[in-house]
Write a protein that binds this ligand. Structure first.
Ligand code: MG
Length: 260
């Protein structure tokens, strides 16, 4: 566990901020300067806050009472999704696809209600260990918290998914790539998140499991990246960041930074 208290250390000659003995659970990579004291901690959702099991689009569609051949509709949804992602032309928006295909479903309700039903029926999701306590601690420390997620579902639907697990009350905003048609690592989506908390990038940390989308993206946007990775694999590239293996480690890292 990360130790708390004590003065702020200076970077060592090899670029590491702390020795392994001082910080046995936190691996700092090539830091040339002390990471900023955070005023905001922004977060990825998938595999960072929530773990997703058995993702199944067809199960999601069946929950909407399909009027036509399910295989044809599933193929259209999957092809539409693949086309947007393969062409790297922004984000696929489930809500727009549902609106375009509204007559295919017998289930009553508005498009947001159908989107929410699809979201919950598509996968089983569980909080990552320790995340609830960590969010409570970080919020209690006065930090602004918010989420930026690459997802085909809208921000309100993602927030609902977090509320379902009691994880949304401390979050100032939940932003989805489907809201903006912009995916991480594009710096514009990080800027959009920062504008919601009214803070500059230099005062924010970003925590996520994806090296490319979260770590490289946050660094390019000027936020301090924290890589949440439980594997022992080396980092794919040289990006100054912190690396933690769990939510308790992250929480200790932030609290220690605030106390320094
Ligand atoms: Mg993720």
């Amino acid at each position: 566990m990360v130790q708390s208290g004590g003065g702020r250390s200076r970077p060592r000659a090899n670029g590491s901020l702390f020795s392994a003995a001082e910080r046995p659970d936190v691996r700092w990579r090539d830091l040339q300067s002390i990471p900023p004291r955070p005023a905001a901690v922004l977060l990825d959702i998938g595999e960072t806050i929530l773990r997703e099991y058995s993702y199944d689009l067809s199960a999601g569609l069946l929950a909407l009472d399909i009027r036509q051949d399910a295989d044809t509709l599933l193929r259209d949804l999957q092809d539409s999704l693949d086309h947007v992602h393969d062409s790297n032309s922004g984000e696929f928006r489930v809500a727009r696809w549902l609106a375009d295909n509204r007559e295919s479903f017998a289930k009553q309700g508005s498009i947001p209600e159908l989107e929410l039903a699809l979201f919950h029926a598509t996968a089983r999701r569980e909080p990552m260990p320790g995340v609830a306590q960590a969010l409570c601690t970080l919020s209690g420390a006065g930090l602004a918290l918010g989420c930026i997620s690459n997802a085909v579902f809208s921000g309100p639907v993602l927030r609902s998914g977090l509320e379902h697990h009691g994880l949304a009350s401390d979050l100032g905003f939940v932003l989805s790539s489907a809201d903006l048609d912009i995916r991480k690592p594009d710096p514009r989506i990080f800027s959009a998140g920062l504008s919601k908390v009214g803070l500059p990038a230099s005062s924010a940390w970003f925590v996520g499991d994806s090296w490319t989308a979260d770590v490289e993206g946050a660094a390019a946007a000027g936020l301090f990246p924290v890589w949440l990775s439980r594997s022992k694999e080396p980092a794919p590239s040289e990006v100054p960041c912190a690396r933690v293996g769990s939510w308790p480690e992250l929480c200790s890292l932030v609290v220690n930074s605030l106390a320094a």
